[in-house]
Design a protein around this ligand. Structure first.
Ligand code: GLU
Length: 280
């Protein structure tokens, strides 16, 4: 394994802006994805563009949030300058195809690690564990959680784990699917749907933007471990990202990335989950 020690010195005092000095001196074994990306001096990363706290495009066109910070921890370790990190939008349904087709080098996009997805892509991480929940209009009184959704219009996103799971836990609900969660929030606001379901922290990001309109009900009812998606079988890259995540857990960069983003709605920074060095 290529040593990644030393990469931490650079970005640690940085606030996630474009001024960080990546690990320019990094050197990697020839033929590895790390060497290819480092030598190219650029990388393409898939993330969300409409998810407050995780990946939300700002006015200058750059996405901001925890996923973006996590991606930059990895790209810094690869020695790629921040302005050479090309973020492209991946919505829930196109994450696997974008990785498989090589349109992105990695995906950091509230991306749940699960066995179905592991058949076609691989994951480093998890770097966070969310849980599925339900969001309703602030003045709603009849929906109190997943068990009161029968006959209700429930919005989620195609290709997401919450959309799949809600069919099982609330089979009598009427599922309405869009490509992104911001459209579900609009539909809830316009009373076209009765509820939105996805990961609690995504919903908290929507509530943060519109606190008078929405609220969460019923707590969480799944575990959604967020991983970094990469090409299937690239074990060396997977190990490198896992090592990089672990280093960021130890030196405070992970905690800083969390507190400066999701920390807005989750004031207590959790202990990061142990990375899962699975083999399959
Ligand atoms: N974490 C879930 C998933 O990967 C929901 C969030 C999303 O759709 O990005 O499907």
């Amino acid at each position: 394994m290529v040593a990644t020690v030393g990469l931490t010195a650079c970005g640690s005092d940085d606030d996630g802006g474009d001024t960080a000095t990546p690990n320019a001196a990094a050197s990697f074994a020839p033929g590895t994805t790390m060497a290819k990306l480092h030598d190219a001096g650029k990388i393409t990363v898939g993330t969300k563009f409409d998810q407050n706290l995780f990946g939300l495009k700002n006015l200058s066109g750059k996405p901001e949030g925890f996923d973006v910070e996590i991606a930059e921890i990895v790209t810094d370790a690869l020695g790629i300058p921040r302005d050479k990190v090309n973020f492209v939008e991946t919505v829930s349904a196109n994450r696997e195809p974008f990785i498989q087709q090589g349109r992105v080098d990695m995906v950091v996009a509230t991306y749940t690690i699960n066995d179905k997805r592991k058949k076609v892509v691989d994951f480093a991480g998890p770097y966070y564990v969310a849980g599925q929940s339900i969001m309703v209009a602030k003045n709603n009184t009849d929906i109190t959680g997943k068990d009161s959704l029968a006959g209700k219009k429930v919005c989620s996103v195609s290709g997401s784990t919450p959309a799949e799971n809600i069919r099982k836990v609330a089979p009598a609900a009427q599922l309405v699917l869009f490509d992104v969660y911001s459209k579900c929030a609009d539909a809830l606001k316009n009373k076209q749907v009765d509820a939105v379901t996805t990961d609690n922290v995504i919903l908290l990001g929507l509530i943060d933007k519109d606190p008078d309109a929405f609220k969460l009900v019923g707590g969480t009812f799944t575990k959604e471990p967020y991983g970094i998606g990469i090409k299937k079988g690239d074990t060396t890259f997977q190990t490198f990202i896992n090592d990089t995540l672990e280093a960021s857990y130890k030196d405070g960069r992970w905690a800083k990335a969390f507190s400066s983003t999701v920390g807005k709605v989750e004031p207590t920074t959790p202990t990061p989950p142990p990375v899962d060095r699975y083999t399959s």
